[in-house]
Design a protein around this ligand. Sequence first.
Ligand SMILES: [Zn+2]
Length: 149
Amino acid sequence: MEDGGTRKRQRRTHRIVDRLITEDTGVRPTSAGPRVCESTGCHESTRGVKPYCPLHVAQMPYVARIIARQNSREHELSCADNSRTISHNGILAAEFLRWLRSGAVSIPRMARNMSVDINVAVHIANALKRARKIRLTPNTRGVDVAELR
Ligand SMILES: [Zn+2]
């Protein structure tokens, strides 16, 4: 039985897959004609240019990678919400560091960039600070600003 969260996740995965395929092929998934799923024994039609139906789309290696990555990120997020522990080597930390490559970012701004709760951004920042990967300096309004060190 799927819960609402799973369905929401699948819809998001499909949006990401659509975008990647559009970038890959230059064809908008919605503008292509119907196809039949390439998974053995499956006769479902696929959405647009996707070679597999929604049930089998994870057979595409890069889709499998996206789903695995998304699941790990969500797992880290739920850990951050529940136990307040977050790895400075995890996916969220890597994402945080990536945003800092182009310059210093305030914590509230980082939370918006990463689409995470402000408290999660604070936890990630503290983990990275403890690992001596970033510096946190309050700006003139007393808001912490993160930068790579
Ligand atoms: Zn199929």
